[in-house]
Design a protein around this ligand. Structure first.
Ligand code: HEM
Length: 187
């Protein structure tokens, strides 16, 4: 049987890290699509339903990101290939750090925006998040701007991340991308 370790090793990511990576990637695609579509939908029931789903899924991203961060801190991180220069290693670490910060900042700014508007955030009707700040129009404006600005910055960073993974795979022909893909069955 194929051996699929849950935890990371020095040479590859384990199945839990892969599940977090690809699960959150799929959720982010859904979140960006929903976000841009809902703000351009005329006011009505459909728009309100989309806002509700956007908020609920966004809170799921926040929870998964916190769990992912804890998992990462309690696991070894696979080594980068030996051919990478000190500058390339620094850029890789900085971009991964930036991705963590922005993916966490996305739902946090959304939660603060809704809270400042005095709108409690219900998560699929299962539970409601506390409102951490008092209603304030200026704050709504501030967090709305931050949410949009973070969204575009995150999209740029994600594009760079995907480009870097493809350059490693097709130009350097190393195992950076393969380490994050499901492991092939060995005979
Ligand atoms: C990873 C999580 C999230 C992503 C990627 C995301 C992404 C987006 C995007 C792309 C937009 C459209 C921005 C624009 O063009 O104006 C948007 C709007 C919005 N998001 Fe999020 N969002 C996330 C989480 C959340 C959460 C958790 C909440 C609330 C609890 C939230 C509340 C909102 C609201 C209220 C708007 C509409 C703002 C407006 O009316 O202009 N978002 N989001």
């Amino acid at each position: 049987m194929n051996n699929m370790p849950l935890k990371n090793s020095a040479s590859r990511f384990g199945s839990v890290a892969k599940l977090f990576h690809w699960g959150i990637a799929l959720l982010l695609i859904a979140m960006f699509m929903l976000g841009f579509i809902m703000v351009n939908t005329p006011l009505g029931m459909e728009k309100l339903i989309m806002y509700g789903r956007h908020k609920s899924l966004g809170v799921m991203v926040l929870v998964l990101m916190v769990l992912r961060l804890l998992w990462r801190l309690s696991n070894p991180v696979p080594h980068m290939p030996g051919h990478m220069s000190a500058t390339q290693r620094f850029l890789a670490h900085a971009s991964h750090f930036g991705l963590y910060v922005l993916v966490l900042a996305m739902p946090l700014s959304g939660w603060l925006m809704s809270s400042a508007a005095g709108l409690p955030v219900s998560v699929f009707g299962w539970f409601t998040l506390p409102i951490p700040i008092a209603p304030d129009k200026d704050m709504v404006h501030l967090f709305k701007g931050a949410h949009e600005y973070i969204a575009w910055t995150l999209l740029v960073l994600i594009a760079l991340h995907i480009t870097a993974a493809l350059v490693h795979h097709f130009y350097y022909k190393d195992d950076v991308l393969l380490k994050m893909l499901p492991q092939r069955k060995s005979k």
